[in-house]
Design a protein around this ligand. Sequence first.
Ligand code: NAD
Length: 488
Amino acid sequence: MAEVRKIKNFINGEWVESKTTKYEDVYNPATGEVIAQVPLSTKEDIDYAAEVAAEAFKKWRNVPVQKRARILFNFQQLLQQNKDELARLITIENGKNTTEALGEVGRGIENVEFAAGAPALMMGDSLTNIATDVEATNYRYPIGVVGGITPFNFPMMVPCWMFPMAIAVGNTFVLKPSERTPLLTEKLADLLTEAGLPKGVFNVVNGAHDVVNGILDHPEVKAISFVGSKPVGEYVYKRGSQNLKRVQALTGAKNHSIVLNDADLDLATTNVIASAFGSAGERCMACSVVTVEEGVADEFLDLLVKRSKEVKIGNGLDEGVFLGPVIREENKTRTLGYIQKGIEEGAKLVCDGRELGAPEEGYFVGPTIFDGVTTDMSIWKDEIFAPVLSIIRVKNLKEAVETANESEFANGACIYTSNASSIRYFRENIDAGMLGVNLGVPAPMAFFPFSGWKSSFFGTLPANGKDSVEFYTRKKVVTANYKAPSFE
Ligand code: NAD
Protein backbone atom coordinates (compact mmCIF):
# COMPACT_ATOMS: atom_id res chain seq x y z
CA MET A 1 0.00 0.00 0.00
CA ALA A 2 1.35 3.44 -0.91
CA GLU A 3 2.45 5.59 2.01
CA VAL A 4 -0.12 8.16 3.04
CA ARG A 5 0.91 11.77 2.42
CA LYS A 6 1.75 13.88 5.46
CA ILE A 7 0.32 17.39 5.40
CA LYS A 8 2.60 20.34 6.20
CA ASN A 9 2.06 23.72 7.75
CA PHE A 10 2.16 26.89 5.65
CA ILE A 11 4.30 29.51 7.35
CA ASN A 12 6.09 32.49 5.80
CA GLY A 13 4.96 31.51 2.32
CA GLU A 14 6.41 28.01 2.52
CA TRP A 15 5.20 24.50 3.26
CA VAL A 16 7.11 23.42 6.35
CA GLU A 17 7.03 20.26 8.39
CA SER A 18 5.58 20.49 11.86
CA LYS A 19 7.91 19.90 14.83
CA THR A 20 5.50 17.25 16.07
CA THR A 21 5.86 13.51 16.00
CA LYS A 22 2.09 13.06 16.32
CA TYR A 23 -0.11 12.74 13.25
CA GLU A 24 -3.82 11.98 12.89
CA ASP A 25 -5.44 10.17 9.97
CA VAL A 26 -7.67 12.13 7.61
CA TYR A 27 -10.48 10.03 6.15
CA ASN A 28 -12.74 10.14 3.17
CA PRO A 29 -15.97 9.66 5.16
CA ALA A 30 -17.76 8.13 2.17
CA THR A 31 -15.30 5.24 1.94
CA GLY A 32 -13.51 5.12 5.30
CA GLU A 33 -10.23 5.32 3.40
CA VAL A 34 -7.28 7.24 4.93
CA ILE A 35 -6.42 9.99 2.46
CA ALA A 36 -3.71 11.91 4.33
CA GLN A 37 -2.21 12.48 7.73
CA VAL A 38 -2.46 15.79 9.52
CA PRO A 39 0.17 16.96 12.02
CA LEU A 40 -0.96 17.72 15.56
CA SER A 41 1.33 20.71 15.62
CA THR A 42 3.10 21.97 18.72
CA LYS A 43 3.34 25.23 20.63
CA GLU A 44 6.67 25.79 18.87
CA ASP A 45 4.91 25.63 15.47
CA ILE A 46 2.20 28.10 16.43
CA ASP A 47 4.69 30.44 18.12
CA TYR A 48 6.75 30.49 14.94
CA ALA A 49 3.68 31.23 12.79
CA ALA A 50 2.50 34.02 15.12
CA GLU A 51 5.94 35.65 15.10
CA VAL A 52 6.19 35.42 11.30
CA ALA A 53 2.70 36.95 11.00
CA ALA A 54 3.64 39.74 13.44
CA GLU A 55 6.72 40.56 11.38
CA ALA A 56 4.75 40.49 8.11
CA PHE A 57 2.16 42.82 9.64
CA LYS A 58 4.74 45.64 9.87
CA LYS A 59 4.86 45.84 6.06
CA TRP A 60 1.42 44.57 5.07
CA ARG A 61 -0.43 47.20 7.12
CA ASN A 62 1.27 49.90 5.02
CA VAL A 63 0.54 48.35 1.63
CA PRO A 64 -2.03 50.70 0.04
CA VAL A 65 -5.51 49.32 0.55
CA GLN A 66 -6.30 49.17 -3.17
CA LYS A 67 -3.18 47.05 -3.74
CA ARG A 68 -4.32 44.66 -1.05
CA ALA A 69 -7.76 44.59 -2.70
CA ARG A 70 -6.20 43.80 -6.10
CA ILE A 71 -4.58 40.67 -4.66
CA LEU A 72 -8.06 39.60 -3.54
CA PHE A 73 -9.39 40.26 -7.06
CA ASN A 74 -6.65 37.93 -8.38
CA PHE A 75 -7.56 35.38 -5.71
CA GLN A 76 -11.24 35.60 -6.66
CA GLN A 77 -10.35 34.83 -10.30
CA LEU A 78 -8.24 31.86 -9.26
CA LEU A 79 -11.01 30.51 -7.03
CA GLN A 80 -13.43 30.75 -9.96
CA GLN A 81 -11.00 28.97 -12.27
CA ASN A 82 -10.43 26.21 -9.70
CA LYS A 83 -13.96 25.87 -8.39
CA ASP A 84 -14.49 22.30 -9.60
CA GLU A 85 -11.29 21.09 -7.97
CA LEU A 86 -12.10 22.94 -4.75
CA ALA A 87 -15.55 21.36 -4.68
CA ARG A 88 -14.06 17.92 -5.30
CA LEU A 89 -11.71 18.34 -2.35
CA ILE A 90 -14.63 19.37 -0.13
CA THR A 91 -16.62 16.29 -1.12
CA ILE A 92 -13.66 13.99 -0.59
CA GLU A 93 -12.78 15.24 2.89
CA ASN A 94 -16.21 16.31 4.17
CA GLY A 95 -18.67 14.07 2.31
CA LYS A 96 -21.26 16.62 1.10
CA ASN A 97 -22.44 16.15 -2.47
CA THR A 98 -20.88 17.94 -5.43
CA THR A 99 -23.72 20.45 -5.83
CA GLU A 100 -23.53 21.41 -2.17
CA ALA A 101 -19.73 21.59 -2.36
CA LEU A 102 -19.95 23.90 -5.38
CA GLY A 103 -22.47 25.99 -3.44
CA GLU A 104 -19.99 26.24 -0.58
CA VAL A 105 -17.22 27.35 -2.94
CA GLY A 106 -19.60 30.01 -4.29
CA ARG A 107 -20.33 31.31 -0.77
CA GLY A 108 -16.60 31.50 -0.06
CA ILE A 109 -16.00 33.45 -3.26
CA GLU A 110 -18.74 35.87 -2.22
CA ASN A 111 -16.75 36.70 0.91
CA VAL A 112 -13.63 37.37 -1.14
CA GLU A 113 -15.65 39.68 -3.41
CA PHE A 114 -17.03 41.57 -0.42
CA ALA A 115 -13.57 41.91 1.16
CA ALA A 116 -12.18 43.29 -2.13
CA GLY A 117 -14.34 46.33 -1.40
CA ALA A 118 -11.96 47.21 1.46
CA PRO A 119 -11.11 50.70 0.13
CA ALA A 120 -14.73 51.76 0.53
CA LEU A 121 -15.39 49.64 3.63
CA MET A 122 -12.38 50.99 5.53
CA MET A 123 -13.24 54.64 5.04
CA GLY A 124 -13.65 56.56 8.25
CA ASP A 125 -15.76 59.66 8.76
CA SER A 126 -15.19 63.23 9.72
CA LEU A 127 -17.05 66.25 10.95
CA THR A 128 -16.06 69.83 10.45
CA ASN A 129 -16.78 72.66 12.91
CA ILE A 130 -17.34 70.61 16.03
CA ALA A 131 -16.16 73.82 17.69
CA THR A 132 -14.92 77.02 16.13
CA ASP A 133 -12.20 75.98 13.60
CA VAL A 134 -12.07 72.51 15.11
CA GLU A 135 -12.79 69.28 13.27
CA ALA A 136 -12.66 65.56 14.04
CA THR A 137 -11.74 62.65 11.78
CA ASN A 138 -12.12 58.95 12.48
CA TYR A 139 -9.51 56.67 10.85
CA ARG A 140 -9.56 52.88 10.73
CA TYR A 141 -6.48 50.69 11.26
CA PRO A 142 -5.85 46.97 11.26
CA ILE A 143 -5.21 45.35 14.65
CA GLY A 144 -2.30 42.96 13.99
CA VAL A 145 -2.24 39.18 13.87
CA VAL A 146 -5.66 37.50 13.71
CA GLY A 147 -6.13 33.83 14.60
CA GLY A 148 -8.84 31.76 12.90
CA ILE A 149 -10.12 28.43 14.27
CA THR A 150 -12.57 26.61 12.03
CA PRO A 151 -14.88 23.55 12.02
CA PHE A 152 -15.03 20.56 9.67
CA ASN A 153 -18.43 21.24 8.15
CA PHE A 154 -17.51 24.14 5.82
CA PRO A 155 -13.78 23.78 5.08
CA MET A 156 -13.90 26.57 2.50
CA MET A 157 -16.73 28.91 3.41
CA VAL A 158 -15.98 29.36 7.11
CA PRO A 159 -12.27 30.26 6.69
CA CYS A 160 -13.46 32.66 3.97
CA TRP A 161 -15.69 34.39 6.55
CA MET A 162 -12.44 35.32 8.25
CA PHE A 163 -9.18 35.75 6.39
CA PRO A 164 -10.26 37.67 3.23
CA MET A 165 -11.65 40.59 5.23
CA ALA A 166 -8.97 40.35 7.95
CA ILE A 167 -6.13 40.66 5.41
CA ALA A 168 -7.97 43.13 3.14
CA VAL A 169 -8.06 45.65 5.98
CA GLY A 170 -4.35 45.13 6.69
CA ASN A 171 -4.05 42.35 9.29
CA THR A 172 -2.05 39.18 8.96
CA PHE A 173 -3.60 35.79 9.66
CA VAL A 174 -2.91 32.39 11.20
CA LEU A 175 -5.51 29.73 10.39
CA LYS A 176 -6.01 26.49 12.26
CA PRO A 177 -8.40 24.48 10.10
CA SER A 178 -10.30 21.49 11.42
CA GLU A 179 -7.96 18.52 11.72
CA ARG A 180 -10.73 16.49 10.10
CA THR A 181 -10.76 18.59 6.89
CA PRO A 182 -7.31 20.07 6.26
CA LEU A 183 -7.03 19.46 2.48
CA LEU A 184 -9.03 22.41 1.17
CA THR A 185 -6.90 24.86 3.14
CA GLU A 186 -3.76 23.64 1.35
CA LYS A 187 -5.33 24.70 -1.92
CA LEU A 188 -6.38 28.09 -0.51
CA ALA A 189 -2.81 28.79 0.61
CA ASP A 190 -1.39 27.88 -2.81
CA LEU A 191 -3.94 30.06 -4.62
CA LEU A 192 -3.23 33.02 -2.31
CA THR A 193 0.47 32.70 -3.16
CA GLU A 194 -0.39 32.56 -6.87
CA ALA A 195 -2.56 35.64 -6.43
CA GLY A 196 0.50 37.57 -5.22
CA LEU A 197 0.01 37.62 -1.45
CA PRO A 198 3.32 38.45 0.28
CA LYS A 199 4.93 35.86 2.54
CA GLY A 200 3.76 35.68 6.13
CA VAL A 201 0.40 37.43 5.57
CA PHE A 202 -1.55 34.15 5.55
CA ASN A 203 -0.29 31.16 7.53
CA VAL A 204 -1.72 27.75 8.32
CA VAL A 205 -0.90 25.68 11.38
CA ASN A 206 -2.61 22.30 11.41
CA GLY A 207 -3.55 20.46 14.57
CA ALA A 208 -5.99 20.34 17.43
CA HIS A 209 -6.29 21.77 20.94
CA ASP A 210 -2.56 22.51 21.44
CA VAL A 211 -2.61 24.82 18.44
CA VAL A 212 -5.84 26.43 19.64
CA ASN A 213 -4.29 27.08 23.06
CA GLY A 214 -1.20 28.46 21.34
CA ILE A 215 -3.36 30.93 19.41
CA LEU A 216 -5.33 31.85 22.53
CA ASP A 217 -2.19 32.56 24.56
CA HIS A 218 0.24 34.12 22.08
CA PRO A 219 0.72 37.82 22.88
CA GLU A 220 1.07 38.74 19.18
CA VAL A 221 -2.40 37.39 18.36
CA LYS A 222 -4.73 40.33 18.89
CA ALA A 223 -8.06 38.93 17.71
CA ILE A 224 -9.61 35.49 17.33
CA SER A 225 -12.41 34.32 15.08
CA PHE A 226 -13.79 30.93 16.10
CA VAL A 227 -16.51 28.81 14.52
CA GLY A 228 -17.37 25.41 16.01
CA SER A 229 -19.30 23.70 18.77
CA LYS A 230 -20.69 25.41 21.86
CA PRO A 231 -18.41 23.91 24.52
CA VAL A 232 -15.25 24.69 22.54
CA GLY A 233 -16.53 28.16 21.56
CA GLU A 234 -17.28 28.99 25.17
CA TYR A 235 -13.79 27.87 26.16
CA VAL A 236 -12.16 29.87 23.35
CA TYR A 237 -14.18 32.97 24.22
CA LYS A 238 -13.31 32.79 27.92
CA ARG A 239 -9.61 32.02 27.54
CA GLY A 240 -9.12 34.49 24.69
CA SER A 241 -10.93 37.27 26.56
CA GLN A 242 -8.97 36.51 29.71
CA ASN A 243 -5.85 37.06 27.62
CA LEU A 244 -7.34 40.44 26.64
CA LYS A 245 -7.97 39.58 22.99
CA ARG A 246 -10.98 40.37 20.86
CA VAL A 247 -12.95 37.19 20.35
CA GLN A 248 -15.95 36.28 18.22
CA ALA A 249 -17.17 32.70 18.66
CA LEU A 250 -19.97 31.37 16.45
CA THR A 251 -21.14 28.14 17.98
CA GLY A 252 -23.76 25.37 18.01
CA ALA A 253 -27.38 25.37 16.95
CA LYS A 254 -30.76 23.67 17.11
CA ASN A 255 -32.76 25.38 14.39
CA HIS A 256 -36.55 25.37 14.36
CA SER A 257 -38.85 25.58 11.38
CA ILE A 258 -42.48 26.45 11.98
CA VAL A 259 -45.08 25.13 9.51
CA LEU A 260 -48.48 26.83 9.81
CA ASN A 261 -51.85 25.66 8.57
CA ASP A 262 -51.72 28.10 5.65
CA ALA A 263 -48.26 27.00 4.46
CA ASP A 264 -47.51 25.74 0.96
CA LEU A 265 -46.84 22.17 2.11
CA ASP A 266 -45.08 21.14 -1.06
CA LEU A 267 -42.60 24.00 -0.67
CA ALA A 268 -42.23 23.40 3.07
CA THR A 269 -41.50 19.70 2.53
CA THR A 270 -38.89 20.31 -0.17
CA ASN A 271 -37.14 22.95 1.91
CA VAL A 272 -37.26 21.05 5.20
CA ILE A 273 -35.72 17.98 3.54
CA ALA A 274 -32.97 20.09 1.95
CA SER A 275 -32.29 21.81 5.25
CA ALA A 276 -32.55 18.86 7.65
CA PHE A 277 -30.80 16.22 5.56
CA GLY A 278 -28.62 18.24 3.15
CA SER A 279 -24.92 18.07 4.08
CA ALA A 280 -25.99 15.11 6.27
CA GLY A 281 -27.51 17.57 8.75
CA GLU A 282 -24.01 18.88 9.46
CA ARG A 283 -24.84 22.55 9.00
CA CYS A 284 -25.08 25.14 11.74
CA MET A 285 -28.20 26.30 9.86
CA ALA A 286 -29.72 22.83 9.42
CA CYS A 287 -33.35 22.49 10.40
CA SER A 288 -33.42 20.04 13.31
CA VAL A 289 -36.94 20.60 14.66
CA VAL A 290 -40.20 21.21 12.78
CA THR A 291 -42.97 22.69 14.89
CA VAL A 292 -46.15 22.13 12.92
CA GLU A 293 -49.69 23.40 13.48
CA GLU A 294 -52.10 20.57 14.25
CA GLY A 295 -54.38 21.30 11.27
CA VAL A 296 -51.75 20.22 8.71
CA ALA A 297 -49.52 18.00 10.84
CA ASP A 298 -50.68 14.63 9.43
CA GLU A 299 -50.67 15.77 5.81
CA PHE A 300 -47.25 17.44 6.17
CA LEU A 301 -45.71 14.46 7.93
CA ASP A 302 -47.01 11.96 5.34
CA LEU A 303 -45.44 14.01 2.57
CA LEU A 304 -42.21 14.53 4.50
CA VAL A 305 -41.72 10.86 5.32
CA LYS A 306 -42.59 9.71 1.80
CA ARG A 307 -40.10 12.09 0.17
CA SER A 308 -37.40 11.54 2.80
CA LYS A 309 -37.45 7.84 2.02
CA GLU A 310 -36.79 8.64 -1.64
CA VAL A 311 -33.53 10.59 -1.20
CA LYS A 312 -30.46 9.03 -2.73
CA ILE A 313 -27.79 8.19 -0.16
CA GLY A 314 -24.17 7.60 -1.15
CA ASN A 315 -20.79 8.99 -2.10
CA GLY A 316 -21.23 12.70 -2.82
CA LEU A 317 -19.08 12.40 -5.95
CA ASP A 318 -21.67 10.10 -7.56
CA GLU A 319 -24.31 11.53 -9.87
CA GLY A 320 -27.68 12.26 -8.24
CA VAL A 321 -26.56 11.57 -4.66
CA PHE A 322 -28.26 13.87 -2.18
CA LEU A 323 -27.22 12.58 1.24
CA GLY A 324 -23.56 11.86 1.95
CA PRO A 325 -21.93 10.45 5.07
CA VAL A 326 -21.43 12.06 8.47
CA ILE A 327 -17.83 13.02 9.11
CA ARG A 328 -16.48 10.11 11.18
CA GLU A 329 -17.36 6.66 12.50
CA GLU A 330 -17.74 8.16 16.01
CA ASN A 331 -20.29 10.70 14.69
CA LYS A 332 -22.26 7.83 13.18
CA THR A 333 -22.13 5.91 16.47
CA ARG A 334 -23.21 9.02 18.39
CA THR A 335 -26.12 9.56 15.96
CA LEU A 336 -27.29 5.95 16.28
CA GLY A 337 -27.11 6.46 20.05
CA TYR A 338 -29.46 9.45 19.77
CA ILE A 339 -31.88 7.47 17.61
CA GLN A 340 -32.00 4.79 20.30
CA LYS A 341 -32.42 7.44 23.01
CA GLY A 342 -35.29 9.07 21.07
CA ILE A 343 -37.11 5.72 21.00
CA GLU A 344 -36.48 5.15 24.72
CA GLU A 345 -37.65 8.68 25.56
CA GLY A 346 -40.99 7.91 23.92
CA ALA A 347 -40.79 9.69 20.56
CA LYS A 348 -42.29 7.89 17.56
CA LEU A 349 -39.75 6.91 14.90
CA VAL A 350 -41.63 7.51 11.64
CA CYS A 351 -38.65 7.40 9.29
CA ASP A 352 -35.79 5.12 10.35
CA GLY A 353 -32.55 6.25 8.74
CA ARG A 354 -30.83 3.06 9.87
CA GLU A 355 -32.87 1.08 7.37
CA LEU A 356 -32.78 3.17 4.22
CA GLY A 357 -30.14 1.26 2.30
CA ALA A 358 -27.04 3.33 3.02
CA PRO A 359 -23.75 1.89 1.73
CA GLU A 360 -21.95 -0.50 4.11
CA GLU A 361 -18.60 1.23 3.94
CA GLY A 362 -18.26 4.88 5.05
CA TYR A 363 -20.20 6.62 7.80
CA PHE A 364 -23.78 6.86 6.55
CA VAL A 365 -27.03 7.49 8.40
CA GLY A 366 -30.21 7.91 6.37
CA PRO A 367 -32.89 10.57 6.94
CA THR A 368 -34.44 9.98 10.36
CA ILE A 369 -37.69 11.55 11.61
CA PHE A 370 -39.27 11.42 15.05
CA ASP A 371 -42.88 12.48 15.62
CA GLY A 372 -44.40 13.32 19.02
CA VAL A 373 -41.22 14.92 20.34
CA THR A 374 -41.38 16.98 23.54
CA THR A 375 -38.97 19.60 24.86
CA ASP A 376 -37.72 17.44 27.72
CA MET A 377 -36.24 14.86 25.32
CA SER A 378 -32.51 14.89 24.58
CA ILE A 379 -33.22 14.61 20.82
CA TRP A 380 -34.97 18.00 21.13
CA LYS A 381 -32.42 19.65 23.43
CA ASP A 382 -29.05 18.55 22.06
CA GLU A 383 -27.36 19.50 18.83
CA ILE A 384 -27.08 16.08 17.15
CA PHE A 385 -25.47 17.48 13.97
CA ALA A 386 -26.67 14.61 11.79
CA PRO A 387 -29.72 13.83 9.60
CA VAL A 388 -32.14 13.45 12.53
CA LEU A 389 -35.28 15.59 12.60
CA SER A 390 -37.77 16.08 15.45
CA ILE A 391 -41.42 16.96 14.89
CA ILE A 392 -43.51 18.77 17.51
CA ARG A 393 -47.23 19.38 17.01
CA VAL A 394 -48.62 22.66 18.37
CA LYS A 395 -51.98 24.48 18.61
CA ASN A 396 -50.86 27.73 17.03
CA LEU A 397 -48.02 30.09 16.14
CA LYS A 398 -47.74 31.47 19.66
CA GLU A 399 -47.12 28.01 21.08
CA ALA A 400 -44.68 27.25 18.24
CA VAL A 401 -42.60 30.35 19.02
CA GLU A 402 -42.68 29.73 22.77
CA THR A 403 -41.54 26.15 22.20
CA ALA A 404 -38.64 27.18 19.95
CA ASN A 405 -37.58 29.85 22.45
CA GLU A 406 -37.12 27.21 25.15
CA SER A 407 -33.97 26.05 23.34
CA GLU A 408 -30.61 27.18 24.69
CA PHE A 409 -29.57 27.77 21.08
CA ALA A 410 -30.83 30.54 18.81
CA ASN A 411 -28.97 30.45 15.52
CA GLY A 412 -31.54 30.27 12.71
CA ALA A 413 -35.31 29.82 12.48
CA CYS A 414 -37.76 29.54 9.58
CA ILE A 415 -41.47 29.97 9.09
CA TYR A 416 -43.69 28.56 6.34
CA THR A 417 -46.89 30.55 5.93
CA SER A 418 -48.72 32.81 3.50
CA ASN A 419 -49.84 35.27 6.15
CA ALA A 420 -47.95 38.55 6.60
CA SER A 421 -49.15 39.05 10.17
CA SER A 422 -47.83 35.62 11.14
CA ILE A 423 -44.49 36.44 9.54
CA ARG A 424 -44.28 39.67 11.52
CA TYR A 425 -45.27 37.95 14.77
CA PHE A 426 -42.57 35.33 14.15
CA ARG A 427 -39.94 37.96 13.35
CA GLU A 428 -40.71 40.02 16.44
CA ASN A 429 -40.91 37.14 18.92
CA ILE A 430 -38.56 34.34 17.89
CA ASP A 431 -35.10 34.14 19.52
CA ALA A 432 -32.69 33.68 16.61
CA GLY A 433 -30.15 35.73 14.70
CA MET A 434 -30.99 34.52 11.18
CA LEU A 435 -34.55 34.05 9.98
CA GLY A 436 -36.07 32.47 6.91
CA VAL A 437 -39.50 33.02 5.45
CA ASN A 438 -40.68 30.20 3.18
CA LEU A 439 -37.13 28.96 2.66
CA GLY A 440 -34.97 26.30 4.24
CA VAL A 441 -31.45 27.57 4.95
CA PRO A 442 -31.52 31.29 5.76
CA ALA A 443 -27.71 31.71 5.74
CA PRO A 444 -27.16 35.43 5.13
CA MET A 445 -24.93 36.44 2.21
CA ALA A 446 -21.40 37.79 2.78
CA PHE A 447 -22.47 41.43 3.00
CA PHE A 448 -24.85 40.79 5.94
CA PRO A 449 -23.87 39.86 9.50
CA PHE A 450 -23.84 36.15 10.36
CA SER A 451 -24.42 35.01 13.92
CA GLY A 452 -26.95 33.61 16.32
CA TRP A 453 -28.19 34.62 19.76
CA LYS A 454 -28.01 32.93 23.18
CA SER A 455 -25.64 29.92 23.27
CA SER A 456 -25.12 30.07 19.50
CA PHE A 457 -22.76 33.05 19.73
CA PHE A 458 -20.27 34.48 22.18
CA GLY A 459 -18.91 37.94 21.55
CA THR A 460 -20.16 41.29 20.36
CA LEU A 461 -19.51 41.55 16.64
CA PRO A 462 -20.82 38.84 14.29
CA ALA A 463 -18.94 37.48 11.28
CA ASN A 464 -19.35 39.00 7.81
CA GLY A 465 -20.92 42.22 6.59
CA LYS A 466 -19.84 45.57 7.94
CA ASP A 467 -19.52 44.01 11.40
CA SER A 468 -16.49 42.08 10.17
CA VAL A 469 -14.84 45.38 9.19
CA GLU A 470 -15.50 46.59 12.75
CA PHE A 471 -14.13 43.38 14.24
CA TYR A 472 -10.91 43.41 12.23
CA THR A 473 -10.13 47.13 12.65
CA ARG A 474 -9.54 49.65 15.41
CA LYS A 475 -9.99 53.39 15.21
CA LYS A 476 -8.20 56.64 15.87
CA VAL A 477 -10.14 59.86 16.13
CA VAL A 478 -8.15 63.00 15.50
CA THR A 479 -9.54 66.23 16.88
CA ALA A 480 -7.72 69.16 15.30
CA ASN A 481 -7.83 72.88 15.94
CA TYR A 482 -7.26 74.73 12.65
CA LYS A 483 -6.91 78.26 13.75
CA ALA A 484 -8.41 80.40 10.97
CA PRO A 485 -5.75 82.15 8.85
CA SER A 486 -5.39 85.84 9.34
CA PHE A 487 -5.62 87.99 6.17
CA GLU A 488 -4.96 91.34 7.81
P1 NAD B 1 -15.54 21.57 17.13
O1 NAD B 1 -15.91 22.53 18.17
O2 NAD B 1 -15.29 20.16 17.49
O3 NAD B 1 -14.17 22.08 16.41
C1 NAD B 1 -14.03 23.41 15.99
C2 NAD B 1 -12.55 23.77 16.10
O4 NAD B 1 -12.16 23.72 17.48
C3 NAD B 1 -11.66 22.80 15.35
O5 NAD B 1 -10.66 23.53 14.68
C4 NAD B 1 -11.09 21.91 16.45
O6 NAD B 1 -9.79 21.45 16.18
C5 NAD B 1 -11.08 22.82 17.66
N1 NAD B 1 -11.28 22.07 18.90
C6 NAD B 1 -12.05 20.97 19.08
N2 NAD B 1 -11.99 20.56 20.36
C7 NAD B 1 -11.18 21.42 21.01
C8 NAD B 1 -10.74 21.53 22.36
N3 NAD B 1 -11.12 20.65 23.28
N4 NAD B 1 -9.91 22.55 22.69
C9 NAD B 1 -9.52 23.45 21.75
N5 NAD B 1 -9.91 23.38 20.44
C10 NAD B 1 -10.73 22.39 20.08
O7 NAD B 1 -16.62 21.69 15.97
P2 NAD B 1 -16.79 20.78 14.68
O8 NAD B 1 -17.30 19.45 15.09
O9 NAD B 1 -15.57 20.85 13.83
O10 NAD B 1 -17.95 21.57 13.89
C11 NAD B 1 -19.30 21.42 14.16
C12 NAD B 1 -19.80 22.47 15.10
O11 NAD B 1 -19.58 23.77 14.55
C13 NAD B 1 -21.31 22.39 15.32
O12 NAD B 1 -21.59 22.62 16.68
C14 NAD B 1 -21.87 23.52 14.47
O13 NAD B 1 -23.11 24.04 14.89
C15 NAD B 1 -20.79 24.54 14.62
N6 NAD B 1 -20.83 25.53 13.55
C16 NAD B 1 -21.36 26.74 13.85
C17 NAD B 1 -21.46 27.70 12.87
C18 NAD B 1 -22.09 29.03 13.18
O14 NAD B 1 -22.07 29.89 12.33
N7 NAD B 1 -22.65 29.22 14.37
C19 NAD B 1 -21.01 27.43 11.57
C20 NAD B 1 -20.45 26.18 11.30
C21 NAD B 1 -20.37 25.22 12.31
